[in-house]
Design a protein around this ligand. Sequence first.
Ligand SMILES: [Zn+2]
Ligand SMILES: [Zn+2]
Length: 357
Amino acid sequence: MRSWSWFLSRVMRLFLRWFRLCPRRGRRKRPSRIRDLWNYGTLLLKSLHYNVLTNSDTVLDCVFEPIYWLVDNMTRWFGVVFVSLVILLTSSVVIIVYLCVLPIIFSTYPVHWILWHLCYGHWNLLMLVYHYYKATTTCPGSPPQEKSEIPTVTICKKCIVPKPARTHHCSICNRCILKMDHHCPWLNNCVGHFNHRYFFSFCLFMTMACIYCSISAKDMFLDAYNAIESSYQTPPPPAFTHQERMVHKSLVYLWVLTSSVAVALGALTLWHAVLITRGETSVERHINRKERKRLRLKGKVFRNPYHHGKMNNWKIFLGVEKQSDWLTRVLLPSGHLPHGDGLTWDGPSHRINTMAI
Ligand SMILES: [Zn+2]
Ligand SMILES: [Zn+2]
């Protein structure tokens, strides 16, 4: 029995030493890595527990931090896939329009309708491509890293730099964004001060293009759908050629895709139009709603400092300073810069300038 107990004790010691739970004979001590983790965890818990600023939001943030990290990284990598998808689907629709829809229009429509489709269709396509390119490639703008005289509201706890008004940190881009609206995976870019107009114009022209395609190709879609359906009937109708079958399938694909995108993107565009009318970004919408509720409980009324009247908000957003700008800056591709530098927000001067129009 003695020899067995001695043998077992040797095995247990070897086992524990292997796991680094017993580094030296006769001395019980946690291994350094586990001890470090333990100390770090204890410090985190204590700092959360004794911090006067800790609330349920901070605790939830800490708990969900690994999930945020995963979502941020996935969004960053999926951005490239999403942009490729936008280019691929848009190109497929344009090719179908050129190969299937336009030949039908040329052969069956009167001249004035042909001219209308040629002019409107190409103008819409030009505006869509231009604004998508600009929205993806234009930097939304970040506050300066070096010390400057700009008025700041707070300090970003991630970048450790002063944040001007309307600036927010994007965890996907991992930097602060001036007048941040949101991070758009379909652009693989943040929507901020310098590309907000491009983003909205892209949404608007994409929705218009989808509505235009689904209305223009509705009769062609119905004919193609009936032709596909009739091929399953008995007795079978006269067989279509391979080319005709491909045209039918392409027209059905075109109509289903454009009408679905028109509904989904149309709702999003409408929502952004409401926000622009109110002089808010998507981030500010949540902040202002909380602030409005908080002040209402105190018997006070919240006023958005960036709201300069519905029409003025649109003029500031679109960069319209004189009447001709509606044509040159809104209805034609324009690379003009937005009002201001995104660091300071001088509302009243905007109001005076734009109201003088
Ligand atoms: Zn930041
Ligand atoms: Zn971002």
